[in-house]
Design a binder for this molecule. Structure first.
Ligand SMILES: Nc1ncnc2c1ncn2[C@@H]1O[C@H](COP(=O)(O)OP(=O)(O)OP(=O)(O)O)[C@@H](O)[C@H]1O
Ligand SMILES: [Mg+2]
Length: 358
């Protein structure tokens, strides 16, 4: 549905050039929820605003529903923006208008509908976002979550094919964030609407996105299915965003880890089970087949959108041949194993392990 090819955006600030976006290539499919995540200043907003040409790229193509929209004239762009709805972090509601009037506003702008048609569309939208009882209120009388529901209804007024969300939940508390994310997912499923959202929170990506692109310093550094990227992040920025979300307490892990003594070795492992394997007692079966000692330091069972997964941080203590046997058994089971020994610094056993690895 959207194809971005070799997109670049440079700004001139006081004679100096700032590259906000470099060599961006992305394909976004019809009906998917696509997330773009990155730190502050990474270029998220610039990229999102290039999708409806609120921001004109310096070079490159943005193909939307088969047409290169970077070639559009002003009138074509106006029509385009009816096909692309946008939701903002700070809602951007008109404070002098009621909820119903805010939602009606984009319908009026097109000049396509009678007052009666507008009223019935507004009623439909109020129903969709659950604000029937608040139609006559003004924005100042609403909570943040309710304001964002108005923002979403307004963005959907003209039956867009694509919804762009710029940090739509960043101004909301965690509970309200989840409610708004559920609403967006509901709309995606009910209407088959494609959603592109940007965020700096992995939690948002994890809750509703199918695929994700990680942006850093104006470049896409990683992209893939959310399950794959979340469980096996490759790029350092992705790894740190995921670690924050998992609240992996490294100093606590170091404290809990016993480290190898004498001839025994210590391995810190992250075991990841996806889907139905989550429910199988694989680890206890393996533990019963070995003399090596397996200690669970941290564990989580959670869900990425619809996929359940489990992740355990374990310490494996034993002789080299025992450790090898366990690693082999884990490899045969449907478990992904990551060795995290590099996280355990300042340990004698650790340097011993490293020496063994060399
Ligand atoms: N109009 C502008 N003029 C000059 N530089 C700009 C302009 N807009 C953005 N930039 C620069 O482009 C880079 C990317 O900005 P952008 O707003 O896209 O980041 P972001 O990822 O959305 O950040 P945040 O999470 O803080 O919103 C930044 O270095 C920013 O300073
Ligand atoms: Mg931004």
């Amino acid at each position: 549905m959207i194809e971005i090819a070799q997109l670049e955006k440079h700004y001139q600030v006081q004679g100096r050039q700032i590259s906000a976006l470099r060599n961006i290539n992305l394909d976004i499919a019809q009906g998917e929820v696509f997330g773009i995540i990155g730190r502050s200043g990474a270029g998220k907003s610039t990229l999102l605003r290039a999708l409806n040409l609120l921001e004109r790229p310096t070079s490159g193509k943005v193909v939307f529903e088969g047409e290169d929209i970077t070639q559009f004239n002003t009138q074509q762009l106006q029509e385009l923006r009816q096909r692309i709805g946008m939701v903002f972090q700070h809602f951007n509601l008109l404070s002098a208008k009621t909820v119903a009037q805010n939602i009606e506003f984009p319908l009026k702008l097109t000049g396509k509908y009678t007052a009666q048609q507008r009223a019935s569309r507004v009623a439909e939208l109020l129903d969709l976002v659950g604000l029937q009882e608040h139609a006559a209120k003004y924005p100042a009388q609403l909570s943040g979550g309710q304001k964002q529901r108005v923002g979403i209804a307004r963005a959907l007024a003209n039956y867009p094919h694509l919804l762009l969300c710029d940090e739509a939940t960043s101004a909301l508390d965690p509970e309200t964030t989840q409610a708004i994310l559920r609403l967006l997912l509901d709309i995606n499923q009910k209407l088959g609407l494609t959603i592109v959202l940007i965020t700096h929170e992995m939690q948002v990506i994890r809750s509703i996105c199918d695929r994700v692109a990680v942006i850093d310093g104006g470049e896409i550094v990683e992209t893939g299915n959310v399950v794959e990227v979340f469980l096996h992040p490759r790029h350092a920025v992705t790894q740190s965003l995921v670690a924050e979300n998992q609240a992996l307490d490294l100093s606590l892990l170091q404290e809990l880890s016993q480290r190898g003594q004498g001839s025994s070795l210590s391995y810190l492992l992250r075991l990841t089970y996806v889907g139905s394997a989550t429910h199988e007692p694989i680890l206890s079966r393996i533990a019963s087949q070995t003399k090596a000692e397996i200690t669970i330091l941290q564990g989580v069972i959670a869900r990425i959108k619809n996929t359940p997964y489990g992740q355990l941080i374990v310490e494996l203590l034993g002789e080299e041949n025992e450790i090898d046997a366990v690693l082999k058994l884990l490899g045969q089971a449907d478990i992904r194993v990551d060795v995290l020994n590099h996280l355990l610094t300042n340990s004698a056993a650790h340097s011993q392990t490293q020496a063994q690895e060399k």
